[in-house]
Design a protein around this ligand. Structure first.
Ligand code: UDP
Length: 325
């Protein structure tokens, strides 16, 4: 990939383009698929802030691909596009697996054509209902290949396979992140995932819906920590896969309690039947990311939650003065 300035300059000079010197030596053209989404839009903010030129591909895209192919020449591709909430990815499972397989194949093909470095956002779901706890990257997982979550977890596993095969077979520079549960401002209010559900429910004075017995665990990462990890991974020297998540582990009942403390101590809890194949526990072992990327999360759930609450308040009630919980 043309990551150095001289390579970028050479390439641009050959093509008769002027390289604006004001943008600094490290300015890059970066493609983010899913860049209008929750994580994607935060990532795009940071990249633009850093002075990079960013292209977003998302479902909002209209017109013909042929019309823009000549513009799509990039140094790096952050491949994020795919619904990640179980509610959304199960809604049209065939479309989900197509996105993960065909979508990733298309983006790898693009990376190969333009010589870009390719970062796949994979998922903690590749570990399935894990028999190893916490999960290290060396664990191969416990995944149901014919279950209702397979479109996503098997889709992402295949996406990892494709990424490694393009790396080994075509010499593409690749990076793989396995993202654990992430929350923060800009999440869809009715996203269906547990943090957004509990926050929206508490704010709307509705009961918090705990699925199953609420003893299953997850580890919740604030979005800015994830974006920092993704950028370090892309700029670093290691392919991965790397777990990117916050090791702070909570049962769903404990999470409900934190939401009660943050928003409304009187919020009620309502138990609902759990969904099929719901993983019983999930917690990242982040030793590898600590050691090789110098990365670890810095925002705890109790610190990050109020920032999300403030954003949800504003979007639900238009309360521009709502700054904290
Ligand atoms: N969950 C819950 N109440 C909700 C939504 C989810 O108790 O309103 C539980 C769900 O059963 C799972 C955990 O929260 O055990 C995390 O679910 P989520 O959909 O947020 O993400 P997942 O980690 O399953 O992809």
């Amino acid at each position: 990939a043309s990551t150095s300035y001289s390579a970028l300059e050479d390439k641009n000079v050959k093509k008769g383009r002027r390289v604006p010197l004001s943008i600094g030596l490290k300015s890059k053209r970066i493609l983010v698929t899913g860049g209008a989404g929750f994580v994607g839009s935060h990532l795009v903010d940071r990249l633009i802030e850093r002075g990079d030129s960013v292209i977003v591909v998302d479902n909002f895209f209209t017109g013909r691909k042929e019309n823009v192919m000549h513009h799509i020449e990039v140094d790096e591709i952050y491949h994020l596009a795919c619904p990640a909430s179980p509610v959304h990815y199960k809604f049209n499972p065939v479309k989900t697996i197509k996105t993960n397989v065909v979508g990733t194949l298309n983006m790898l093909g693009l990376a190969k054509r333009v010589g870009a470095r390719f970062l796949l956002t994979s998922t903690s779901e590749v570990y399935g209902d894990p028999l190893q706890h916490p999960q290290a990257e060396t664990y191969w997982g416990n995944v149901n290949p014919i279950g209702v979550r397979s479109c996503y977890d098997e889709g992402k596993r295949t996406a990892e396979t494709l990424t490694m095969d393009y790396h080994r077979g075509a010499g593409i520079e690749v990076r793989i992140a396995r993202i654990f549960n992430t929350y923060g401002p800009r999440m869809c209010i009715d996203d269906g995932r547990v943090v957004s559900n509990f926050v929206a429910q508490a704010l709307r004075k509705e009961p918090l819906t705990v699925y199953g017995d609420g003893k299953q665990t997850r580890s919740f990462q604030y979005v800015s920590d994830l974006v920092e990890g993704l950028m370090r991974l892309m700029e670093g020297e290691h392919v991965g896969p790397f777990n990117l998540g916050n090791p702070g582990e909570f049962t769903m009942l404990e999470l409900a309690q934190v939401v009660q403390e943050t928003i409304d101590p009187n919020a009620k809890i309502e138990f609902r039947p759990n969904t099929e194949d719901d993983p019983h526990k999930r917690k990242p072992d982040i030793s590898k990311a600590k050691e090789l990327l110098g990365w670890q999360p810095s925002v705890s759930l109790r610190e990050g939650l109020p920032l999300m609450v403030s954003d949800f308040k504003q979007r639900l009630f238009g309360d521009s003065k709502a700054k904290g919980a």
